[in-house]
Design a protein around this ligand. Structure first.
Ligand SMILES: [Cu+2]
Length: 140
């Protein structure tokens, strides 16, 4: 009887955790990725960066719809704090219109690029959905 009660407690506990995850409105396998350029590429400026998203939908900022968000491109910087508004500056570009690509003018040399999805209020999802950070070299 005692064992049964603990099992029941575990089941209740787990389903609570799962309902919290689903309440945030995203699928477990949601991920963002940079389709182009590829890590290590040598490119000419301007560089066309193409954003990829799986398991979620792209929607303009302010759209109150589950399992959606808009892209942010982090340039030459680490990820910002994941529990607050994503900054808007030269290192954090918002694509609040729902854009899925951008033509970037970059100085010659090495640059890092990383995508971070934000919700309708520009706050990362829980858990946050972001791509690998890639490094590219812009030719002189
Ligand atoms: Cu934003």
């Amino acid at each position: 009887m005692v064992i049964r009660k603990s099992l029941a407690a575990i089941v209740v506990c787990c389903s609570a955790i799962f309902s919290v995850a689903y309440a945030e409105g995203q699928e477990p396998e949601a991920r963002a990725y940079i389709i182009s350029p590829k890590d290590g590429d040598h490119v000419s400026s301007p560089v066309t960066v193409i954003f990829g998203l799986k398991g979620m939908g792209v929607a303009p900022a302010g759209t109150d719809k589950a399992r959606t968000g808009h892209h942010h491109l982090i340039i030459d910087s680490d990820l910002p704090p994941l529990d607050e508004n994503i900054p808007a500056d030269e290192h954090h570009i918002h694509f609040g219109g729902g854009q899925t690509e951008v033509e970037l003018t970059l100085a010659p040399g090495k640059h890092t690029l990383q995508l971070l999805l934000g919700d309708m209020n520009h706050i990362p999802h829980k858990p946050a959905i972001y791509s690998e950070k890639i490094t590219i070299t812009v030719k002189p």
